[in-house]
Design a protein around this ligand. Structure first.
Ligand SMILES: *Cc1c(COP(=O)(O)O)cnc(C)c1O
Length: 416
C-alpha cells in the first residue's frame, strides 16, 4: 500500500461515507468547481430557488412544503439546494433513495427527510440512526425497521404509500386493513403519514376528460384509504399527494405538498395562473467556443457527415456533448445562444463536443460565450433556450433533460 498515491491509499474520504453496521452507503462524486478547466459549467441561481419556493408556498396555502430533491436535486446538486431551501423555510425534503437522504444529512440538513423509493437494502440502521422517515408499503419492511428501532432505542416514524392508480409502489386498496393490522403489531413503528402519487396531474382539465377525471379518481381513492385506515385504528397526521402540477393547479393540497420541477423553475403545465408563470429557471448551462472555421459549400460536419453546408459557412465548436447530457437527438436540430442570438447545432452531437453554424452571427470569436440552457443577453439580442424546448427536440420531458446533465459538468452556485 505504501507506494499508492495518497488519493488511493488514505482513508480520508471514508468519513464521507456512511458506515453503520457494515452496510456502506456510498456517496456520489461529481466534478468539483475547483477542478474545472473546461469552460463548460452549470450555474445554479440560488435566489431563483428561493423565489420558486415562495411561489410554490403561495399555492400550497397552509400545507407544508417539502421540496423533492431526488436525483441530485434534479441535477442542480442536492446538498447546496437543500441548504438554500432549508434556510428559506422548507419544512422537509423528499428524496427517492436512502443514499440521497444520507448525503443530505451529511451536508448538515436537519429538517425531516422522507425517503420515497422504498428500497432500503437492509440498511434499516441508517434510517433509525439518522432520523429519516421511510415510506413503506410492504410488510417486508417491518421486521428490519423494528430491529433498527430497538437498537436505536426509539420509535421510527413512517409514511405509508397507497396505490391509487400509478401501479408503481404502494399498498393496494384491497390490502389496506391487513397492512394496518400488521403494522399495529410493531409498536416501534409509528405511521405518521399517508401519501399517494398522481399519474396524470399534468393533463389539462380540458384535455381528454378521461385523463382529467383520473386525478379526481385518485384523490377520491386516497380519501377513502385515509378513512379506512382511521377506522382500522391508524391515524396518519400528515397526508400528502400533490406534485408540482397539482400544486400549481391548486388541487390535492392536504397537509403537505411535494414540489419537484417547480422548485427548479419549470412549470409542468401551461401556466394556469399568473404566479406559476413567475417561476424562474434556476439553472443555466454555459460554455465557450473553442474552435472556429470557415467551410465551403458542399463540405460536411461531424460524424456521419450528417450536415452538409449549402453555402460558405462559419462553424464553431463547443465543448459540450452527449456525455455531458446534451442529447444526441439535438443533432442537426437544437439551438444554442451566441451574443444573444440563436445558432443551430449542426451535424451529430458527439461525446465531448458539438458544432454550431454561426454564419448568421457576425463577429463571432474564439472564447465567446455559448448558452446551452437558459437565457443570454448579448449585443445581438436576448433569448432563452428552455428545458422544455430541448425536451421537445429530444422527444422527452424537462425532468429528463435536467437529470441527464452529467456529473462531468461542474455546478457553480450564484447569489445574484
Ligand atoms: C418526483 C416525485 C414528485 C415531484 O414531482 P414533480 O412533478 O417534479 O413536482 C412528487 N412525488 C413523488 C412520489 C415523486 O416521485
Amino acid at each position: 500500500m505504501a507506494d499508492l498515491p495518497p488519493a488511493l491509499s488514505t482513508p480520508s474520504r471514508r468519513h464521507a461515507d456512511a458506515n453503520l453496521d457494515g452496510i456502506r452507503v456510498q456517496k456520489p462524486r461529481r466534478a468539483a468547481p475547483a477542478d474545472a478547466v473546461r469552460p463548460t459549467r452549470a450555474e445554479v441561481n440560488l435566489a431563483a430557488l428561493r423565489h420558486n419556493l415562495g411561489v410554490v408556498a403561495r399555492h400550497a396555502g397552509s400545507a407544508q412544503v417539502w421540496p423533492v430533491l431526488k436525483a441530485d436535486g434534479y441535477g442542480h446538486g442536492a446538498p447546496a439546494v437543500a441548504r438554500t431551501l432549508e434556510r428559506a423555510g422548507a419544512q422537509g425534503f423528499c428524496v427517492a433513495l436512502l443514499e440521497e437522504a444520507v448525503e443530505l444529512r451529511e451536508a448538515g440538513v436537519v429538517v425531516p427527510l422522507l425517503v420515497m423509493g422504498g428500497y432500503y437494502g437492509g440498511a434499516y440502521e441508517e434510517i433509525a440512526a439518522r432520523g429519516l422517515v421511510p415510506v413503506i408499503y410492504d410488510v417486508s419492511h417491518l421486521e428490519g425497521l423494528t430491529r433498527a428501532a430497538r437498537a436505536a432505542g426509539r420509535t421510527v416514524n413512517v409514511h405509508v404509500k397507497v396505490d391509487t392508480g400509478m401501479a408503481r409502489l404502494g399498498v393496494r386498496m384491497d390490502d389496506l386493513e391487513a397492512f394496518a393490522a400488521k403494522v399495529e403489531r410493531h409498536p416501534e413503528i409509528c405511521i405518521t403519514g399517508l401519501m399517494t402519487h398522481l399519474a396524470c396531474a399534468e393533463a389539462a382539465p380540458s384535455a381528454s376528460s378521461e385523463l382529467a377525471g383520473y386525478t379526481e379518481l385518485q384523490i377520491a381513492r386516497f380519501n377513502e384509504a385515509f378513512e379506512r385506515l382511521v377506522r382500522a385504528g391508524v391515524k396518519p397526521r400528515v397526508r400528502h399527494v400533490a406534485n408540482s402540477a397539482a400544486i400549481l393547479r391548486g388541487i390535492a393540497r392536504f397537509d403537505a405538498v411535494r414540489p419537484g420541477i417547480a422548485i427548479f423553475g419549470i412549470a409542468p403545465i401551461a401556466a394556469p395562473s399568473a404566479s406559476s408563470s413567475e417561476l424562474r429557471p434556476a439553472m443555466r448551462i454555459r460554455t465557450e467556443i473553442v474552435d472556429l472555421r470557415t467551410i465551403h459549400a458542399g463540405e460536411s460536419v461531424g460524424y456521419g457527415a450528417l450536415f452538409r453546408a449549402a453555402r460558405t459557412s462559419v462553424i464553431a465548436t463547443m465543448p459540450v456533448g452527449y456525455a455531458d447530457g446534451l442529447s444526441r437527438h439535438l443533432s442537426n436540430r437544437g439551438h444554442v445562444l451566441v451574443h444573444g442570438r440563436r445558432a443551430p447545432i449542426v451535424g451529430a452531437v458527439s461525446m465531448d463536443m458539438s458544432m454550431l453554424d454561426v454564419t448568421d452571427i457576425p463577429g463571432v470569436a474564439l472564447h465567446d460565450e455559448v448558452t446551452v440552457l437558459g437565457s443570454q443577453e448579448g449585443r445581438l439580442g436576448k433569448d432563452t433556450i428552455s428545458a422544455g424546448e430541448i425536451a421537445d427536440h429530444a422527444g422527452t420531458i424537462p425532468w429528463e433533460i435536467l437529470t441527464s446533465i452529467s456529473r462531468r459538468v461542474p455546478r457553480f452556485y450564484r447569489e445574484p
